[in-house]
Design a protein around this ligand. Structure first.
Ligand code: NAP
Length: 311
């Protein structure tokens, strides 16, 4: 079997002339990730390792697709010989309105990260919520259902999926924070029925949407255990931390969905106060393994995928 994987970054123009653009590829490109930015994505190295291990003669590539190009890219995808696609920042919510079918996890979250191409139709799934759940269990040896969770970036595609998963798990408490607060508020309205029952931990409301400012966050901090960053803050080394160290305490667990070669600013802040932290690599592996299973209707070689990321 050939195993030369492309490191090239394809574009909408390449999809428009796919036969020509993909002609040089050693193995047929039948999977990929659409995003902007996308150069940082580690999905190709992880998914290509899985394809090799399963002796599936195809490869997974990166596609730099801008927000205003998504509709055209999805229209072209329907006509091409792809198995499927992952969607990453900023496409998960926009794509939801442009696909032909969606499974329950996708409909609930209103966001999609995994597409299958079937008979020129795009079928959407969302593996972020379940991937997050498994990552928290493996990184912190706790179950989300026992935690008071705060999500920063609750209005984004990943934030939606994680918030829904927390609600389905019936976590102790959920605090939704978003730069555009109305989005967090509207998500809280949808999730309210899941938090109607009383739980044991103190007088704080079980579900709240709060504005993203320091006084509001400071008030919440004693009543949360797990802080999740679902914003892209941290993807660039120069990004500020979404929560300053002065608001964190040693009892906090800090989960950054962002992954990178070095510690994000948020994880450095967690280190500063002695809080436990984990980056998004474990979530990447779990959500990616679930995507692989959806595409190929078989279990993913998760150890191979983990190893491909140096885990
Ligand atoms: P998205 O749909 O574009 O959502 C972005 C979210 O971040 C929105 O809530 C947005 O708030 C907020 N935001 C953006 N810039 C901000 C800033 N400068 N300050 C404060 N808030 C800001 O993106 P996404 O697809 O959910 O992805 C979010 C991040 O999660 C990305 O870094 C992605 O790589 C990561 N991720 C990792 C994994 C993994 O497996 N590890 C999986 C999924 C996603 P507004 O609503 O106000 O615009």
């Amino acid at each position: 079997m050939k195993n030369e994987q492309t490191t090239q970054r394809y574009t909408l123009a390449d999809l428009e002339n796919w036969r020509g653009a993909a002609a040089g590829a050693d193995l047929p490109i039948r999977l990929g990730v659409f995003g902007d930015p996308v150069a940082h994505s580690l999905s190709p190295q992880m998914q290509n390792a899985a394809l090799r291990a399963c002796e599936i003669d195809m490869q997974y590539a990166r596609f730099h697709i801008r927000a205003n190009e998504l509709r055209s890219a999805l229209r072209l995808l329907r006509k091409l010989d792809f198995v499927g696609i992952n969607l990453t920042v900023p496409h998960k919510i926009a794509a939801f309105a442009q696909i032909d079918e969606a499974d329950e996890s996708t409909r609930r979250a209103g966001a999609v990260n995994t597409l299958r191409v079937r008979d020129e139709r795009l079928v959407g799934s969302n593996t972020d919520g379940e991937g997050f759940l498994r990552a928290v269990r493996s990184e912190f040896s706790v179950d989300v259902r026992d935690l008071r969770v705060m999500i920063l970036g609750a209005g984004g595609g990943t934030g939606h999926a994680i918030a829904w998963q927390c609600a389905l798990e019936n976590c102790e408490r959920l605090v939704l924070v978003n730069r555009t607060c109305e989005k967090a508020q509207s998500l809280a309205d949808q999730l309210r029925p899941y938090f109607a029952g009383p739980r044991v931990l103190g007088p704080a409301a079980r579900l709240e949407a709060v504005v993203w400012d320091e006084p509001a966050l400071r008030t919440q901090m004693p009543d949360v255990d797990l802080i999740v960053n679902a914003t892209p803050l941290g993807m660039n080394l120069s990004d500020p931390t979404p929560i300053p160290a002065r608001l964190l305490a040693p009892h906090h667990m800090v989960f950054d969905a962002v992954y990178g070669p070095t510690k994000t600013s948020l994880l450095r802040a967690a280190d500063e106060v002695g809080a436990r932290g984990a980056n998004g690599l474990s979530m990447l592996v779990h959500q990616g393994a679930l995507s692989f299973s959806i595409w190929f209707d078989r279990e993913a070689p998760i150890d191979v995928m983990r190893k491909a990321l140096g885990r």
